[in-house]
Design a protein around this ligand. Structure first.
Ligand code: PHE
Length: 332
């Protein structure tokens, strides 16, 4: 009895071991009962009584422990304290490229632009030919293209302008879209350039769209994006799909135009290309260029993200280093 009292039964295994040792067919209770035949007749009664008592004690203990352990389910249920506060779930963070894209997209959405997306793998027509870059056009060299096949030519899009072509081909006018997405160019990977990056391009086609509309739209964008004090300038440029074409600079955010390393002492940062959609591009998509005109623009997402977040190496964006990514926790 003392031995049983001293036992610590704290698992189903220990309980089963106890049952086998004391109550099993070869257990202590059975073997003590077996001793009856060796007991003198006059003592048989007393022996039997104390044996019975011991047996009941051992059995009662077994039932007691068994009830305590319960079955598996009620065991767990009993241990759950519903009043305890829950563990905080780890929260991920938005990627800085997504943050920047969302900011850009939100500004244009407020002006009535809708988001349009298109394929990253496309044919030559949508990436080049329809954009007034016929075969052998020297400007194709401006964009180091990854070709998937040559005849027919399929490629990784070098800009999101292919989405503009897809949208114009649908034939529903007016069109007012922005096209965020990933693009690919065969460039040497370094701190400043990568073989893929992200763009947001914009397209507005309607009757009587003018260069003044383009300037005002982009001016609004810059003020919303970088603040009211930032200055803007347009420089004449060349793109086969726009005429006239321009590049837009903003005054350097870091030195305020005074000249620093980031703006290469010029005081200006180039942020996008733009222009009036070339009439040939409209015609290539079945749009009457005598009736309709349009403007288009295109900007990278990486460059402004580097500026905004003070990041020095573009490769960090695609390395998935959690130490880098978790610094954006909570940013929206
Ligand atoms: N598609 C051009 C590029 O990727 C950007 C651009 C778009 C320029 C629209 C002018 C008008 O470089």
């Amino acid at each position: 009895k003392k031995e049983i009292e001293a036992l610590q039964i704290d698992s189903a295994k220990a309980l089963e071991e106890y049952r086998i040792k004391f109550l099993g067919t070869k257990g202590l209770v059975k073997s003590l009962m077996g001793e009856m035949k060796n007991v003198a007749n006059e003592q048989k009664k007393a022996f039997g009584q104390s044996m019975n008592e011991f047996k009941q004690f051992a059995e009662a203990k077994y039932e007691e422990w068994k009830a305590l352990a319960g079955d598996g389910a009620s065991d767990t249920a009993a241990k759950i304290d519903l009043s305890l506060p829950g563990d905080a779930l780890p929260i991920g963070s938005r990627h800085p490229i997504s943050l920047m894209r969302n900011r850009i997209v939100n500004i244009f959405q407020r002006l009535g632009f809708a988001v349009a997306e298109g394929p990253e793998i496309d044919d030559d027509f949508h990436n080049f030919t329809a954009l007034n870059l016929p075969e052998n056009h020297p400007a194709r060299d401006m964009q180091d293209t990854f070709y998937i096949s040559t005849d027919p030519a399929w490629l990784l899009r070098t800009h999101t302008s292919n989405v503009q072509i897809h949208e114009m081909q649908k034939g529903k006018l007016p069109i007012r879209i922005i096209t965020p997405g990933r693009v690919y160019r065969n460039e040497t990977i370094s701190a400043r350039s990568h073989c893929f990056f992200h763009q947001v391009e914009g397209l507005y086609v309607d009757e009587k769209v003018s260069f003044a509309d383009l300037k005002q739209t982009l001016y609004f964008f810059v003020q919303e994006m970088f603040g009211k004090d930032v200055k803007v300038r347009f420089r004449p440029s060349y793109f086969p799909f726009t005429e006239p074409s321009a590049e837009m600079d903003i005054s350097c955010l870091l030195c305020n135009g005074a000249g620093c390393n980031v703006c290469k002492k010029t005081g200006w940062l180039e942020i996008l290309g733009c222009g009036m959609v070339h009439p040939k591009v409209l015609e290539n998509c079945g749009i009457d260029s005598n009736k309709y005109s349009g403007f288009a623009f295109g900007m990278g997402i990486e460059r402004p993200a580097l500026l905004k977040y003070g990041i020095k190496d573009i490769r960090l964006f695609s390395e998935n280093d959690v130490r880098f990514l978790k610094q954006f926790t909570g940013a929206v």
